[in-house]
Design a protein around this ligand. Structure first.
Ligand code: SAM
Ligand code: SF4
Length: 477
C-alpha cells in the first residue's frame, strides 16, 4: 500500500536566507510524502520559518501560533513546528509561551526536520534541536553545530523556476552591536567552491537562469584548501562559466570587503548584474561607532568612489537603521545627507529594535521614542523615494533588458484577438523592477523593453518587437 500523502503548511518570515531554507525544508519533506497546502487548518504539519532581526517579526509568529491553539486542541495529531532564527534565539521559551508547539529547530539543524517530525508522529513528544551558542565551546565545535543545509532543491518553492538563491557564506562574525544574526546563525563560514558550483550547475540544468549568491557578508567569501585560496572574485568567475546561467547577483555586501578585484570582475563579466547592495546603516560617524560597523563615513565614501570608477552606471542600494540608541537630530540629519550624497537606487529603512543578548542592548538604552523613530523613518523614506523617482525618470525613452519573472502583483488580463495579454514584471540588469504587457510564453525570457513611464519603485514599458524585413529594422515601441 502507498503511504497517504501528508499536507504541509509552511510560512516564511525574514530574509532571502530564510526563503532558501524553506525551499530546502520543503524539498526534504516532499521526499517523505508531503504535499504543500495553503491552509494551516487543513495541514497535518504547520511550520513557521522565523526571523529574529526585529521584535515585530517575532510578535507576528507568536500571534500566528496563538491562532493555532484551538486547531491543535481539536486535532492533537497536527504537528506544529518553529524553525529558524527565533527557534535558535528563544529555544525552550517557545514551549513555555506556546506549550502546544511540538518542534523547535534552529537554522543550523534544519537537516534534522524530517526525522524529528517522524519521531513526534510516532509519539516521542516535543523535540528541540538547536546549535551551540557563540560562547558554548571552541570555534571549531560551534562551527560544526551550525551545519549548512544545501544539497536538496525544490524548484516549486522558488519565487520563479528561473531564479534561485545559492548560499555561499553562512553565519557572520561582524557583531554589529544591534544585530542578533551572529548569535542565531553562528560563525562566518564559506562553503567549498566545488559544492557551490555543483549546486549552480544542477540549477542551470533544471532551467534556472538567474542565481543570487547569498551571505550576510557575501563579499567576505574566502575558502582555503591547502595552499589554494578561492577569493570571492574567483568564485564569481567560476559561476560565470556555467552554461545556461544568464545572470548572477549577490547580496549582502560589507563595505570594508568591497575590494577592487570584485569590482573589476563585476565590470568585466557580462552575466554579472551591475547592482551592488552595500548597506551604510547610518551617515554619522558617532552612530557607526556605537553600532560597531567597523568603518567610518570616509571609508564608505572611498569605497563608493571606487564603485563609481569601476562601474559608473551601476545601481547601489543600502540599508539604514533610524533611531539607534542615542541618535540625535544632527546624527539623523547626517544620514539624510548621505542619502542625498550617494543617491542610492533604493534603501531598506528600519526602526531600531532592541535585541536582547546583543552588545547594543547591554551597552546603550533604547532611548529614542517610537514616535521619533517613526517620524525619522518617514522622512528618510520620503527623501529616498524622491531620489529614486528622479533617477528612474532618466530611463524614459531608453531600452532595457528584462528577465521576465511572471505576472505583476496587480496583474490584469485582457483577451485580445491574438491571445490573452498579461501584465508581467521582471528586473533589469541593475535590479530595477519593470512592468509591461506581454503573454505567458514570455515568462523566463530576457526581453528588450522600451521605457515610457516611471515612478519611485517601478519602470513601465513595452516589449520592443523587431520586424526584420528587406533593409527594414524597426523598433515598435
Ligand atoms: N548582513 C547584512 C548587513 O550587514 O548589512 C544585513 C543583515 S540584516 C538581516 C538586514 C538589515 O536589518 C540590516 O542591514 C539592518 O539594517 C537591519 N537590522 C538588523 N538588526 C536590526 C535591529 N536590531 N533593528 C532594526 N533593524 C535591524
Ligand atoms: Fe548583522 Fe552586522 Fe553581520 Fe550584517 S554584518 S549580519 S548587520 S552583524
Amino acid at each position: 500500500m502507498f503511504p497517504m500523502t501528508k499536507k504541509l503548511y509552511i510560512e516564511t518570515v525574514g530574509c532571502q536566507m530564510n526563503v532558501l531554507d524553506s525551499e530546502l525544508v520543503v524539498a526534504s519533506l516532499r521526499k517523505e510524502g508531503y504535499e504543500l497546502t495553503d491552509s494551516p487548518q487543513a495541514a497535518d504539519t504547520v511550520l513557521f520559518n522565523t526571523c529574529s532581526v526585529r521584535q515585530h517579526a517575532e510578535d507576528k509568529i507568536y500571534s500566528a501560533l496563538g491562532r493555532l491553539k484551538n486547531a491543535k486542541q481539536e486535532n492533537p495529531d497536527k504537528i506544529i513546528g518553529v524553525l529558524g532564527c527565533m527557534a535558535q534565539k528563544d529555544q525552550k521559551l517557545i514551549f513555555q509561551r506556546a506549550p502546544y508547539v511540538d518542534l523547535i529547530v534552529g537554522p543550523g539543524q534544519l537537516h534534522q526536520v524530517p526525522q524529528l517530525i517522524s519521531e513526534i508522529a510516532d509519539g516521542a513528544g516535543q523535540q528541540m534541536e538547536v546549535s551551540l551558542g557563540r560562547k558554548d565551546g571552541g570555534r571549531a565545535e560551534i562551527e560544526r553545530s551550525h551545519e549548512s543545509f544545501d544539497p536538496l532543491r525544490d524548484p516549486t518553492m522558488r519565487p520563479t523556476p528561473y531564479q534561485a538563491y545559492v548560499r555561499i557564506v553562512i553565519g557572520c562574525d561582524k557583531f554589529c552591536t544591534y544585530c542578533i544574526v551572529p548569535s542565531v546563525r553562528g560563525p562566518e563560514q564559506s562553503r567549498p567552491p566545488a559544492q557551490i558550483l555543483a549546486e549552480a550547475r544542477q540549477l542551470a540544468s533544471e532551467g534556472c537562469k538567474e542565481i543570487t549568491l547569498l551571505g550576510q557578508t557575501v563579499n567576505s567569501y574566502k575558502f582555503k584548501e591547502g595552499e589554494r585560496t578561492t577569493r570571492f572574485s574567483d568564485l564569481l568567475n567560476a559561476v560565470h562559466e556555467i552554461p545556461g546561467i544568464e545572470r548572477i547577483k549577490f547580496v549582502t555586501n560589507y563595505p570594508k570587503d568591497m575590494t577592487d578585484d570584485v569590482l573589476e570582475t563585476v565590470r568585466d563579466l557580462p552575466k554579472l548584474a551591475k547592482y551592488l547592495h552595500v548597506p551604510l546603516q547610518s551617515g554619522s560617524d558617532a552612530v557607526l561607532d556605537r553600532m560597531k560597523r567597523g568603518y567610518t563615513t570616509d571609508d564608505y565614501r572611498e569605497m563608493h568612489d571606487r564603485i563609481r570608477e569601476w562601474l559608473p552606471r551601476a545601481a547601489v542600494s543600502s540599508d539604514f537603521i533610524v533611531g539607534f540608541c542615542g541618535e540625535t537630530e544632527d546624527e539623523f540629519q547626517a544620514t539624510m545627507d548621505s542619502v542625498r550624497e550617494y543617491r542610492f537606487k533604493n534603501s531598506f529603512i528600519f526602526k531600531y529594535s532592541e535585541r536582547p543578548g546583543t552588545k547594543g542592548a547591554e551597552r546603550y538604552p533604547d532611548d529614542i521614542t517610537e514616535e521619533v523613530k517613526r517620524e525619522r523613518n518617514n522622512r528618510l523614506l520620503d527623501l529616498q523615494n524622491e531620489i529614486s523617482e528622479a533617477d528612474n525618470q532618466d530611463f524614459l525613452g531608453r531600452e532595457v533588458e528584462v528577465l521576465v519573472e511572471g505576472p505583476s502583483k496587480t496583474a490584469t488580463r485582457k483577451d485580445e484577438a491574438d491571445g490573452p495579454v498579461l501584465q508581467l514584471t521582471g528586473r533589469t540588469m541593475c535590479d530595477r523592477i519593470v512592468v509591461f504587457e506581454g503573454n505567458q510564453r514570455q515568462i523566463g525570457e530576457t526581453l528588450p523593453i522600451a521605457i515610457y513611464d516611471a515612478n519611485a519603485h517601478t519602470l513601465f514599458g513595452n516589449v520592443v518587437t523587431q520586424h526584420v524585413g528587406p533593409e527594414l529594422f524597426t523598433l515598435g515601441v
